[in-house]
Design a protein around this ligand. Structure first.
Ligand SMILES: *Cc1c(COP(=O)(O)O)cnc(C)c1O
Length: 373
């Protein structure tokens, strides 16, 4: 049997009769730039996020970079984030002119540890940038409380690239990813839970002023045509991509539910394997399992074993960002964040895409059990 890490062809086959006509309509209209599908998608994703504004842009990376630019960071201004994330999170901070300040993660959820964040706040802290890793929200309400304490005016920017549609129960109410942060960035990279047929991203916010500013920043800082208030960039979402995403969006809740079912099936079956720790879902969180990520003993050997059996798996992420060559100037030493460094040695992500069959899940489980037997 062959179980790829992700099978986008299976998804394509199931929905092509919905997506292709939508694409054809864009082609017939020849409105490739900022056609009506873009505004429709912005409204739909804002609504899903319980936010007032959606601002589509060219990538998930830009969905972080543009809000960070809107902070007008000065040299030495600090943005607190996790070292255990995809590179873009910290790269965006650097490219916006800020200094990434890494802090430790929680050992169970692998999300930013609020106590570590509190300890890292300085007078130069301008923002906290939590990542909702693998599709599970960080302890956002605690991070927001830290940001607001004593009128500090620190902004919270959610990196929800992996967490569209995730939610968290806070004081007995469901809060969506993208609802409580000042600004939130999504990615529509093809492998994300809501994936385009190319690059794409979206920013959501309920702050009217920053929404206006972000709309300008993505179009060369212009308001009135050929009049520029500031220097922005070209970071639009293609109408074709918006049409693909609009056609896919009605399926998202069902796809995430399927991922949750697969995750529950894996976790129940692996409970009896002592060398394996299934992912921990924090109380109150509804995980969307962008990745189903275990912590395991002999990780690299297990990965080779699974690959030999035709099972796709991957390590997200093998090198924590504080140890990346490009951030050497930040002077973090090995050993500085033991939980992040341990996670980088122990994690492995298994196939969890919605179209997986029970037989495929069983095949993966048998391979893992067989390895540790
Ligand atoms: C995918 C991803 C991004 C960047 O998104 P792109 O669309 O690839 O630019 C940023 N942060 C995290 C956590 C991601 O997983």
């Amino acid at each position: 049997m062959n179980v790829p890490l992700l099978d986008l062809v299976a998804q394509y086959r199931a929905i092509k009769h919905e997506v292709l006509p939508a694409l054809q309509a864009v082609v017939e209209s020849q409105q490739f730039i900022m056609g009506p599908a873009v505004a429709q998608l912005e409204a739909a994703v804002a609504q899903l996020s319980h936010a007032r504004h959606g601002i589509a842009c060219a990538s998930g990376t830009d969905a972080l970079l543009l809000p960070l630019k809107a902070l007008d960071l000065r040299p030495g201004d600090e943005v607190i984030t996790t070292p255990f994330t995809f590179f873009a999170t910290a790269g965006a901070i650097h490219n916006a002119g800020g200094a990434p300040v890494f802090v430790e993660i929680e050992p169970d959820t692998l999300n930013l540890d609020p106590r570590a964040v509190e300890a890292a706040v300085t007078p130069r802290t301008r923002a906290i940038l939590p990542v909702h890793l693998y599709g599970q929200m960080a302890a956002l309400e605690r991070l927001i409380a830290i940001a607001n304490r004593g009128g500090r005016g620190i902004r919270v920017i959610e990196d929800a690239a992996q967490a569209i549609g995730a939610r968290r129960s806070i004081d007995g109410e469901w809060r969506m990813a993208g609802e409580l942060g000042w600004v939130t960035g999504y990615s529509f990279f093809p492998s994300k839970n809501l994936g385009a047929w190319g690059d794409g991203g979206m920013i959501v916010t309920s702050d009217d002023r920053v929404a206006d500013r972000l709309r300008k920043l993505r179009l060369h800082g212009g308001g009135k045509q050929y009049h520029h208030d500031e220097v922005g960039t070209n970071s639009r979402l293609d109408t074709l991509q918006a049409a693909v995403l609009l056609a896919k969006l009605p399926h998202l809740a069902d796809w995430s539910a399927r991922r949750r079912e697969h995750a529950a099936y894996y976790s129940a079956a692996l409970a009896g394997v002592p060398q394996v720790k299934p992912p921990v879902v924090a109380p109150g969180n509804e995980h969307i399992f962008h990745q189903y990520t275990l912590r395991v003993e002999r990780r690299d050997e297990l990965q080779a074993h699974l690959k030999a059996k035709g099972i796709g798996c991957a390590v997200y992420y093998p090198v924590p960002l504080h140890l990346q060559e490009c951030f050497r100037h930040l002077r973090y030493q090995q050993g500085r964040f033991p939980e992040s460094e341990r996670a980088a040695l122990e994690v492995i992500s298994l196939p969890v895409y919605p179209e997986l069959s029970r037989e495929q899940l069983d095949y993966v489980l048998d391979a893992i059990r067989g390895f540790y037997r």
